[in-house]
Design a protein around this ligand. Sequence first.
Ligand SMILES: C[S@@+](CC[C@H](N)C(=O)[O-])C[C@H]1O[C@@H](n2cnc3c(N)ncnc32)[C@H](O)[C@@H]1O
Length: 220
Amino acid sequence: MGRRALRKIEPSLDLSDHLRTLDELPQPFHANLHFGRVLPLEVEVGSGKGLFIQNAAQANPQRCYLGIEVMRKYARFCAARLARHDIQNALMIQGDGLRLLHEYLGDETVAAVHVYFPDPWWKQRHKKRRVMNKQLLADVQRVLIPGGQLHFWTDVAEYYKTSIDLIATETALIGPLLVQERPTTGDLDYQTHFERRTRLHAQAVYRAEFRRPETVVARS
Ligand SMILES: C[S@@+](CC[C@H](N)C(=O)[O-])C[C@H]1O[C@@H](n2cnc3c(N)ncnc32)[C@H](O)[C@@H]1O
């Protein structure tokens, strides 16, 4: 399944409140300074066209959201969605999600990390490019608050199993917990565009949720 061309962004739309490059972020990033309020922070790695970050931010005004997307045109597209709807509790970052977690987010500062339909990198020699890797998982465990969640969905059975195995060996996260498929009533109430596309093609979606325990014993 290829990706459809992106709609053009209206030239009059001001993205300055909703888009940063990773290098423009303060290090460490403090959500309360950016959003001006103390709110639980959720992070989405690989936001694509931004359906999740828009819907989640609108549905949960008492939380704040950072989406990170490596491709500039998609990061801008997501930021445009946020700007168009005047969403005040979400920010798009253009850059590498692995760097965001590793270099910018402090220990126990994130309530949830979302990774939906990450690129599968099918060829054996390319699999090292997958975002669900040891470094990301170590950082997810480090940045999550106790009880914080990792949400990981994919349409690739092999990527799902490999990631579940890696989470079990590399982290103390509890799971996978059962995630039910949600009924949808319209076109845009799927979790993400890739979930919509996968379900409309009657293909399986593999969903996992993990929780960080109260205490994590460092592995030797
Ligand atoms: C297959 S798409 C899924 C998009 C969206 N999550 C969805 O479910 O509709 C994967 C997205 O992750 C982005 N991506 C890949 N590696 C990334 C990284 N290291 N950091 C941030 N985004 C990344 C890609 O550019 C792409 O837009």
